[in-house]
Design a protein around this ligand. Structure first.
Ligand code: THU
Length: 130
């Protein structure tokens, strides 16, 4: 399945009445299965969730826990950069070489390795492996 198409399709389902910024994310797990999520805002603004968080939740609920590839798409003028919190969430389930592709709806795309999105991530090794 084409990850960009999957992310664009779920972006249409985004609930973003406050920002008007609709985001879709698609994750290909190591198993090959594709999971999707969109942003879900809330009138209590901090309670909103990002598209990446939704896709990760779907992945875990689907029985996968290893990310192979990520694509995010939004309607801004330049490729959307996953927020800091989402970078940390992605690192929990993805190795440093996982490609993260950031897309605009008008066809721009930029791919970076997860380790380059979040250098110096907080990882379990820093707690002695726990
Ligand atoms: N947002 C995402 O869903 N993912 C990102 O990577 C960046 C930001 C959402 C959160 C909020 O609903 C809206 O975009 C504006 O910040």
């Amino acid at each position: 399945m084409d990850l960009r198409a999957a992310a664009a399709e779920v972006r249409a389902m985004a609930y973003a009445p406050y920002s008007g910024f609709r985001v879709g994310a698609a994750i290909r797990a190591a198993s090959g299965k594709v999971y999707r999520g969109c942003n879900v805002e809330n009138v209590a603004y901090p309670e909103g969730t990002c598209a990446e968080a939704g896709a990760i939740a779907a992945m875990i609920a689907g029985g996968d826990a290893e990310i192979a590839e990520v694509t995010v798409i939004a309607g801004g003028p330049t490729p959307v950069a996953p927020c800091g919190g989402c970078r940390q969430k992605l690192v929990e389930f993805g190795a440093g070489d996982v490609p993260v592709t950031m897309c605009t709806v008008d066809g721009q795309a930029q791919t970076v390795a997860l380790r380059d999105l979040l250098p110096g991530a907080f990882v379990a090794d820093q707690m002695g492996g726990k």
